[in-house]
Design a protein around this ligand. Structure first.
Ligand code: FAD
Length: 509
């Protein structure tokens, strides 16, 4: 009998212990399915990059002598759903045991668990051997505490995994966190490093995907797809990042510029989330760069915190709060996303740029996602579930376990503060301080009311005024509410009228 081992599209780790031995009684299965292309409307590059990387792993496994069955999206035998395909394969190959790696998404975890319960053959879920932590490690760490705090988790991780820890068990440099050194705007120099990714032609695959009827949005750019499709490319990208961009990562981590869509970010989230790269090797290379004196400790720590801290914390948070978390909407926001989320055509220059590059590259960096797009969505009162679906679709690195807590929790505060200690919102002043977006914008960053006023300004004050009942007790928002209290009644009313008008005409902004 055959053991069937399923490999999901975000489980492309060729170094999994599964592959250490070549076994004739094991059949590996990868499937391109409408179930996976259609659970949300995806960016073209996301579908393309995942399928291309799946095909590449299948090719490599076969070359190494493994038995692999690959179902393409246009295969007449493809039933396009996981349980239906598995049913057919179990019969066809006389399968005696079924194994799969722990899925990272609740959706697939529930589907596979239900499937396994219905089988009479032995079914087994094994670890994906990717993350530092198990699904419920973070929940266990926080079980005795009132609140989830990332910094607490992060320090625990640093000690446990001996990352940037000295011989005495103390953080190197005597400090856990150098975040305050990492918040500079970018003056235009040093210049943004050239795109350090390889591009390849996937036009034929793209034609297949389109012909199969898969809908998508954003630019496919199939002839020059620049996302890594195997481990070798991902490693090359990692090395280039460490050498060319990491030295400036810390300084300009929060900076944004009209002319620089990557800034000094790694663009490694796709390779990490599909598990082509192991987080430990990414951390080890950043650590080594610091030890060799090539990057400052503040920079190395700031980068490492994103991976050892935020990434693992977010994952633990997801598993602790699913499946109810998707429904969170503490402010009762219900407005539909304006049409320009799908074409970038708005006169607000920051949003035109951040959304425009998301459509062009299936990528925006953290501060664009948080303080431009997410900030606007929250201030405008967009339906958080709709915002969640947009983020889940548009970014090449978007998988629900990491996208959902970031979107609903960190960015939309839809959980009322389970993840973030205060809403990440700002008026035009913050965007102007951290970017050059406001220069040449149709709207005036200094005005709060009137036709030319930057929409962020009135929306910002009105957001806090409207939600005073929920937010004013928050000590971190004391200053905002003191400023609101000092405003005269007429000012407050005109801000509210302006905000109401804007919210009713979002499509025309
Ligand atoms: P870098 O800036 O180079 O950072 C290095 C790595 O750190 C990233 O590759 C990523 O693995 C990790 N990291 C950094 N910040 C976070 C974070 N907040 N949560 C988890 N990991 C983090 N990240 C995703 O991987 N997928 C998503 O779908 C996603 N959706 C997001 C939605 C919103 C609203 C926000 C505010 C953030 C989201 N993030 C998401 C987190 C972060 O923005 C991206 O990980 C990052 O922009 C990816 O680009 P990079 O690889 O160049 O990151």
């Amino acid at each position: 009998g055959t053991t069937l081992r399923l490999i999901l599209g975000d489980q492309l780790n060729p170094r999994h212990t599964w592959f250490e031995q070549r076994r004739d009684d094991v059949l590996y299965v990868l499937m391109e399915m409408r179930q996976e292309t259609d659970y949300v409307l995806h960016h073209a590059q996301k579908v393309l990059a995942i399928f291309a990387a799946m095909r590449e792993l299948a090719r490599q496994l076969r070359a190494a002598g493994h038995r692999v069955l690959y179902l393409t999206i246009d295969d007449p035998d493809n039933r396009q759903s996981l349980p239906d395909n598995l049913d057919a394969l179990l019969l066809r190959f006389n399968v005696r045991a079924f194994e799969y790696q722990a899925p990272d998404e609740w959706r697939l975890d529930a589907q596979l668990a239900a499937y396994a319960r219905r089988q009479s053959i032995p079914c087994r879920m094994v670890e994906s051997e990717h993350f530092y932590t198990l699904r419920d490690d973070a929940a266990r760490l926080f079980s005795t505490r009132k609140q989830w705090v990332m910094e607490h988790f992060y320090r625990h991780m640093r000690v446990q995994h001996r990352v940037l820890i000295d011989g005495a068990g103390r953080p190197v440099g005597g400090q856990w966190n150098f975040d305050h050194d990492n918040r500079k705007p970018w003056p235009g120099l040093p210049s943004e490093p050239a795109d350090f990714r390889n591009a390849h032609d996937h036009s034929a695959l793209w034609q297949t995907i389109v012909a199969a009827g898969v809908n998508s949005f954003g630019e496919a750019n199939a002839a020059q797809l620049a996302w890594p499709i195997n481990r070798a490319e991902a490693l090359q990208q990692l090395d280039a990042f460490i050498e060319k961009a990491l030295p400036h990562f810390g300084d300009f981590q929060d900076a944004m510029s009209h002319g620089a869509w990557r800034m000094f970010h790694s663009l490694l989230s796709f390779a990490l989330n599909t598990k082509m790269l192991d987080p430990r090797e990414v951390v080890a290379k950043a650590d080594a760069a610091w030890r060799a004196g090539r990057v400052s400790l503040a920079t190395a720590e700031g980068f490492i915190r994103q991976i050892v801290g935020w990434r693992e914390y977010i994952r633990g948070f997801y598993w602790a709060h699913m499946p109810e978390y998707v429904e969170q909407n503490v402010f009762g926001h219900a407005r539909a996303l304006p049409g320009w989320f799908w074409n970038g055509r708005t006169r607000m220059r920051c949003l035109a740029r951040a959304i425009g590059q998301s459509l062009e590259h299936a990528y925006a960096h953290h501060i664009q996602r948080l303080m431009v797009i997410g900030n606007f969505a929250l201030l405008a009162g967009l339906d958080p579930a709709g915002v969640h679906r947009w983020y889940l679709g548009v970014y090449v690195d978007a998988f629900e376990w990491v996208e959902l807590p970031n979107t609903l929790g960190m960015s939309q505060f839809a959980d009322g503060g389970l993840l973030a200690t205060k809403p990440y919102v700002s008026s035009a002043a913050y965007i102007d301080r951290m970017s050059d977006y406001c220069k040449g914008c149709h709207y005036d960053k200094k005005l709060r009311t009137g036709e030319r006023a930057c929409p962020y300004n009135s929306l910002y004050w009105d957001f806090f005024a409207r939600n005073a009942g929920k937010l004013s007790p928050n000590p971190r928002l004391g200053m905002v509410y003191r400023q609101l209290a000092k405003m005269d009644e007429a000012t407050r009313r005109s801000l509210q009228e302006q905000a109401d008008e804007l919210r009713n005409s979002l499509d025309r902004l």
